[in-house]
Design a protein around this ligand. Structure first.
Ligand SMILES: Nc1ncnc2c1ncn2[C@@H]1O[C@H](COP(=O)(O)OP(=O)(O)O)[C@@H](O)[C@H]1O
Ligand SMILES: [Mg+2]
Length: 467
């Protein structure tokens, strides 16, 4: 069921319930008030009659005319009265009782006999109800008369009937008007949702450049649109990235294949001395190593993306690690007379996976050596500030241009300077480094000046001290 229909129905049901309860309560209270008014006026009239009789010293009344001339206040059109003897027989009654005998009921007789006033409602078929009050008049401890005043409930019944009709007509009209308004408002409120749906359909059809334009930015719908736009933006970016990545990966793998194919074809063109085959195979082996490395690193990254790389969380002594890496790096630098030195090295314990951390540092140090000039110097240091361990690897090599700095952590990105400097490299090392830093809740920063050298800094949180 559409949201608009559901909203309107909910709203309508709630409103209907409120209106019905309200009407019933209103009707009941009004009916009660009107009846109370009648009773009160009956009581007052009866009291007047009793007072008049007392003033006259309870002289026996002769007939109707006598009565009316004595008590003009009793001759009210809307009321009738009767005076009964203690035995319940009518001694006198006002002339406006026309239609019926209204005898004194048994209950009235008994109650008045006990000296109490009683209210009653008398019903006759096809006629308005009568409301009656019966009041005893005692004289010297003896029941003398019973005065009964009555009135027709016709006007009250009329009023209540009209009121009921009014309610029966007005409530559905109010409900209908409110439902129409609710329907309209729900439609208005939901219109932007339709706009979002349409836009989402266009986007789903493949146009990721589409964005939602909403004027109201701060309400729920605006926030939804904003979130939606953000999501599409990120999807767009990651699709682009995937496309870029695929093309980069194919390109990186094709280069060594082209080299191998070219060399192999060339050497096979005519018979050659054994050394030629040997050297081609050697060169091929180099390319195969390179491809193997690319594929290994890609595999690692894709497993990392899918969250499939297992990580140990154990205390790792960074000092030991840095010293190990220093030894390895010294060997790496030997060929090109690059000196690898240790700067300050403080003891530091972090929580993590030693193999991964080693990989991270080795990648950075390898880069530093690789992008150094012959006879350059690489410095590794490790300091702590109580919260974090900071490892820095500084070289005096080719450096990185400011524009390239944010991109070097992207997969396959290599600067032109780096490509010119050495053929070795896949452009995947730093991507792996930043992933490792991230899973250790750390980060990598780079400071660099083109042609002057670079400093890579890894910041890792220290392991919590045992309490
Ligand atoms: N120490 C460094 N000096 C200069 N450039 C660097 C250094 N380390 C990394 N880079 C740049 O960052 C790029 C990405 O590094 P990396 O992902 O390790 O790839 P690779 O080492 O395979 O080239 C490098 O190609 C290079 O352009
Ligand atoms: Mg590298």
């Amino acid at each position: 069921m559409p949201l608009r229909v559901r909203l309107t129905l909910w709203y309508g049901s709630a409103l209907a319930l409120v209106l019905i309860v309200f009407s019933v309560v209103l009707y009941v209270i009004t009916a009660r008030n009107l009846r109370d008014d009648v009773d009160q006026s009956l009581e007052e009239t009866a009291a007047t009659a009793v007072r008049s009789l007392e003033e006259r010293g309870f002289l026996p009344l002769l007939d109707e005319e006598d009565l009316l001339s004595q008590f003009p206040e009793l001759a009210r059109i809307d009321k009738f009265f009767q005076i009964f003897s203690p035995s319940g027989t009518i001694t006198i009654r006002s002339p406006n009782i026309k239609r019926h005998e209204v005898p004194l009921s048994r209950k009235a007789l008994e109650t008045t006999f006990n000296g109490q006033t009683v209210f009653e409602t008398a019903k006759y078929p096809n006629e308005p109800q009568l409301r009656l009050i019966s009041v005893p008049i005692n004289y010297q401890g003896r029941l003398l008369y019973i005065v009964q005043v009555g009135t027709s409930m016709e006007s009250i019944e009329d009023t209540l009937r009209r009121f009921l009709i009014l309610l029966i007509v007005a409530v559905p009209i109010a409900l209908a008007v409110s439902l129409a308004a609710g329907w309209f408002l729900a439609g208005r409120a939901l219109r932007p949702v339709d706009a979002i749906t349409l836009a989402a359909q266009r986007i789903a059809a493949g146009d990721l450049s589409q964005r939602l334009t909403m004027q109201t930015a701060s309400d729920e719908i605006g926030r939804l649109a904003g979130t939606f736009n953000n999501m599409i933006g990120r999807l767009d970016a990651s699709f682009r990235q995937i496309r870029q990545f695929t093309s980069d990966a194919s390109h990186e793998l094709r280069t060594p294949l082209t080299v191998m194919k070219g060399e192999t074809e060339l050497v096979l063109r005519r018979p050659r001395p054994l050394e030629d085959y040997h050297s081609v195979l050697e060169s091929n082996l180099e390319e195969i190593d390179r491809m193997t490395r690319i594929v290994d690193e890609l595999l690692f990254l894709s497993r990392a993306d899918m969250g499939e790389v297992k990580m140990e969380l154990l205390p790792v002594s960074l000092k030991t690690l840095v010293e190990d890496i220093h030894r390895q790096a010294t060997l790496l630098g030997q060929d090109r007379m690059i000196e690898v030195v240790l700067g300050t090295v403080m003891p530091a314990l972090v929580q993590g996976d030693e193999l991964r951390l080693r990989e991270l540092l080795l990648n950075l140090v390898e880069n530093a050596v690789k992008y150094s000039n012959p006879k350059g110097k690489v410095t590794i240091s490790l300091v702590t500030d109580g919260q974090q361990a900071i490892i820095s690897v500084t070289d005096q090599g080719i450096g990185i241009a400011p524009d390239d700095r944010p991109k070097i952590f992207d997969r396959f990105f290599r600067t032109d300077e780096a490509r010119a400097h050495t053929k070795k490299g896949t452009g995947l090392g730093l991507a792996i480094c930043s992933w490792i830093a991230e899973v250790h809740k750390g980060r990598i920063n780079v400071q660099s000046e083109l042609g002057r050298g670079s400093t890579f800094t890894v910041t890792l949180p220290l392991a919590p001290r045992p309490a």
